[in-house]
Design a protein around this ligand. Structure first.
Ligand code: TYD
Length: 221
């Protein structure tokens, strides 16, 4: 794997999509090649499965089946989008990845950890994130932001869960960060957007040292 792989995680309305996009922009402004992607989705096959999952039609089948569907989407995404970009030396920034399955289906859906880890083994391969930012906001704050953003549209499969679910989600993300402190960094998502973005950028600079891409020399006329 020659490129770099960074993921963003967090509950609804935590700001992770905004910060994934801001980081991608900052890296691009150094002239680096960046792929900004998301899960579920990010490749043709995975986008089809995304629709099945977020519409809620798979909910009656249970959390285990949903975990398998998320894994199927991830498999397509890793093979067709993430690995080719990493092999080409690009920076891949992904909005949600394995930790969403660990937290939503594992911790909250009570899906057996062995199944979760087994699915990871077959889908992720060497595409393990080097750095994962977990955007942390109280459930109340995150849901209020998500409601505001959604306007009159109805909540999707997971946005429609209870306040308790979302608070448990936050605690599960925090617990996960303490299990893998070298990879996972919890970022307080409450300060103003620019402050959060600068914190993330400082960590990426310190850890992964992105350097301005060399511009190919053009010969003078
Ligand atoms: P999405 O519309 O992408 O919104 P956001 O990421 O901004 O919350 O919704 C993705 C939903 O899918 C989100 O509620 C979390 C859930 N999800 C899982 O339950 N497991 C997973 O493995 C992934 C990738 C997502």
């Amino acid at each position: 794997m020659r490129g770099h792989f960074i993921t963003f995680e967090g509950g609804e309305g935590s700001g992770k999509s905004t910060h994934a996009a801001t980081l991608a922009q900052r890296l691009k402004s150094l002239g680096l090649e960046v792929v900004l992607t998301r899960e579920p989705g990010g490749s043709t096959g995975a986008e089809i499965i995304r629709h099945i999952l977020l519409s809620g039609i798979a909910k009656p089948l249970g959390a285990e089946t949903e975990a398998i569907l998320f894994a199927a989407a991830r498999d397509d995404h890793v093979r067709n989008t993430i690995m080719p970009a990493l092999e080409a030396g690009q920076w891949v920034i992904c909005d949600r990845f394995i930790d969403s399955t660990r937290v939503y289906q594992g911790a909250l859906g009570n899906v057996d950890q062995r199944l979760i880890r087994g699915l990871e083994r077959v889908t992720v391969g060497s595409a393990v994130p080097e750095l994962t930012f977990i955007l942390d906001v109280p459930a109340r704050v995150g849901l209020a932001r998500a409601d505001h953003r959604r306007g009159k549209k109805t909540a999707d499969r997971f946005e429609g869960e209870s306040m308790e679910f979302h608070e448990n989600l936050r605690q599960a993300y925090r617990a996960l960060a303490t299990e893998e402190p070298a990879r996972c960094i919890v970022i307080d998502g409450r300060p103003p957007r620019d402050v959060v973005a600068d914190r993330i950028w400082a960590i990426v600079q310190a850890r992964l040292k992105p350097e301005k891409a060399e511009v190919a020399e053009t010969s003078a006329p």
